[in-house]
Design a protein around this ligand. Structure first.
Ligand SMILES: Nc1ncnc2c1ncn2[C@@H]1O[C@H](COP(=O)(O)OP(=O)(O)OP(=O)(O)O)[C@@H](O)[C@H]1O
Length: 256
């Protein structure tokens, strides 16, 4: 797997601030049954940063990720992604915005079984009627170690290889942010390390902003900054922390 070289990806997004959330409130349901999943959360991320979101089960991590990525709409508050206020966009416009400007890596790889590796990677461009830049595709295939397998179907790949296809697919549009929800959750430790190394190289060498939700202190220890949530509210942060420090902080926040 070749290293992701600095300077190869064009710096298409000039502003340093790429994601900004202000006073995000998310209430599910209404009346006495309603659940306040997020209660006034805000943060700002700069381009090229690698951020992990952690917190006890039910603290609002997935809800926050979904609101930040435009997969869900906050009840109130503002989400600016790549300079666009996305919280007021219609479903149709938001869906096109996500396809063109946001990358996703989930625990499930979500690859289309009938398509080859390279067709899966190029899918967001094809769906958006954008042309594929062959040198960028080759570079990504090489970077994720799958150049020799570009014509294979996902079923002929290991779980780690499939997740690397999903990472290349997330990067093909040069998105403002790549969001990961437990991206290594389904992988054995060796494949998880490869995927994690790939995400952190992506942030450091391509200046690609990465945000992951994780329960795993080893995954979080790769991030520049860890944001902690508890009961739907911001509960502090750690920068450049070790797995042991992260574990201590998580334990202090309650059961996880
Ligand atoms: N669609 C929904 N309808 C109602 N309540 C929801 C919904 N989704 C999440 N919640 C509630 O919102 C709160 C936050 O959930 P969320 O999934 O964001 O937490 P989490 O920190 O990601 O949890 P976990 O670590 O267990 O995945 C929880 O109380 C959850 O039960």
């Amino acid at each position: 797997m070749t290293s992701l070289l600095p300077g190869i990806a064009q710096a298409t997004h000039q502003t340093a601030e790429v994601l900004s959330l202000e006073s995000i409130v998310k209430v599910y349901g209404s009346g006495p049954q309603s659940v306040t999943a997020l209660d006034g959360v805000g943060f700002t991320l700069e381009r090229g940063s690698f951020t992990a979101i952690m917190g006890p089960s039910g603290s609002g991590k997935s809800t926050l990720l979904h609101c930040a990525a435009g997969l869900d709409t906050p009840t109130s508050g503002s989400v600016r992604l790549g300079g666009t206020e996305i919280s007021g966009l219609s479903k149709k416009v938001l869906s096109a915005f996500r396809r063109d400007h946001v990358g996703f890596v989930f625990q499930a790889y979500n690859l289309l079984p009938a398509l080859s590796v390279e067709e899966n990677i190029c899918l967001p461009l094809l769906l958006g009627n954008k042309s594929v830049e062959p040198s960028w595709l080759d570079f990504l295939l090489d970077s994720v170690g799958l150049a020799e397998h570009r014509s294979r179907r996902p079923s002929a790949l290991s779980g780690g290889q499939q997740q690397r296809v999903a990472i290349a697919r997330a990067l093909i549009t040069r998105p403002y942010v790549v969001f990961g929800d437990e991206p290594t959750g389904a992988l054995d430790s060796r494949s998880a390390k490869q995927v994690l190394d790939l995400l952190s190289h992506t942030a450091r060498e391509l200046h690609q902003t990465v945000v992951v939700v994780t329960h795993d202190p080893v995954v979080a220890s790769q991030a520049d900054r860890i944001l902690f949530l508890a009961d739907g509210a911001f509960a502090g942060h750690l920068d450049g922390a070790t797995p042991a420090e992260i574990t201590r902080r998580m334990t202090s926040l309650g059961e996880w």
